[in-house]
Design a binder for this molecule. Structure first.
Ligand code: NAP
Length: 282
């Protein structure tokens, strides 16, 4: 906290950082709750991350988010790392507590709460996940909280899927690895399909997926949020499946950090969604 004032400061470190929507999101909540505080972008080169994190406490900064490519690199510079961040091998939220740095990963909460918000009655048992990167890891951990017990995991690089499977062996989740070419067949009997690859982003490669085997009751979630309605979600919606876009995860994962830094647990509201959507042009 700044000497003689109650102005609290937090921010997001990344390289690059200009694309981050976090300043808009937290800025919205600061003004909604009339909090005297600031949330600012910090462009931090990966090689400077240690020094930048060390500077938080002496500068009186309450903490920060971390984005690409700093999330995995931060672990060695922190005093405490909570269990989920260990499991994820990545930290996206840092909180300064009595001068010490505590690291958290809120992507798991973000996906879980986004799904619960969109489908409060969700009670599925079987999921199919596409992708085996950091986002897929968070989704898999969230599935346990959501009551899923069996997962089919398809990834282009099958060795990466195996690494993820092994890293999450402590979870109460049976993960069957499916070759990428067999992803469409893997949709039979699934209650939840999640695209956790980067396929389907505006200007990027398309996700090719035949949905013929997908049950009519299955929920389809896409972590890609630009565009908001990805071709996968549009195709799923057209055949009657309930769809969940990627923006909810982005908004929900931010709540914990805001509460820690600014002392109020904020809500994800339609007005917040609209504000962030407008900033993304989606
Ligand atoms: P990542 O670690 O780089 O993983 C990328 C994933 O996409 C890998 O599984 C990769 O497969 C797959 N992929 C990329 N190009 C492919 C292609 N041409 N064909 C088949 N598979 C391909 O990225 P990440 O951090 O997990 O993020 C994945 C996506 O989730 C991104 O679009 C990101 O923006 C989004 N995301 C959204 C949120 C949110 O809040 N909504 C949060 C986190 C991430 P290989 O292993 O075979 O390369």
């Amino acid at each position: 906290m700044t000497e003689g004032t109650n102005i609290r400061i937090a921010g997001v470190m990344g390289w690059p950082v200009a694309h981050s929507r976090s300043p808009i999101l937290h800025g919205y909540w600061l003004s909604e709750h009339r909090i005297a505080g600031h949330y600012v972008p910090f462009a931090v080169r990966p090689e400077d991350l240690g020094q930048a994190l060390k500077a938080l406490a002496p500068l009186g900064i309450a903490g920060c988010n971390l984005t690409i490519p700093l999330k995995e690199k931060a672990l060695v510079y922190l005093d405490e790392i909570e269990g989920r961040a260990h499991l994820m091998g990545a930290v996206n939220t840092v909180v300064v507590r009595d001068g010490r740095l505590a690291g958290f990963n809120t992507d798991v909460d973000g996906f879980r709460e986004s799904l619960r918000e969109a489908v409060p009655s969700f009670a599925g048992r079987h999921a199919t996940i596409l992708g085996a990167g950091g986002a897929a890891r968070a989704v898999l951990a969230a599935l346990v909280d959501l009551g899923i017990r069996d997962v089919r995991l398809a990834n282009r690089n099958i060795a990466r899927a195996q690494t993820l499977h092994d890293a999450l062996s402590a979870l109460a989740l049976h993960i069957e690895i499916v070759p990428w070419d067999e992803r469409a067949a893997a949709l039979g009997g699934t209650d939840l399909l999640v695209n956790a690859t980067s396929l389907g982003m505006s200007g990027g490669e398309a996700l090719v997926l035949d949905l013929a085997n997908l049950p009519a009751h299955a929920i389809v979630a896409d972590l890609v949020y630009v565009p908001l309605e990805t071709p996968l979600l549009a195709a799923a919606r057209a055949r009657g499946n309930h769809v969940v876009d990627g923006l909810g995860m982005l908004l929900h994962q931010a709540r914990f950090g805001f509460a820690q830094w600014f002392g109020v647990m904020p809500d994800v509201t339609p007005a917040l969604r609209a504000r962030v959507q407008a900033s993304l042009g989606i």
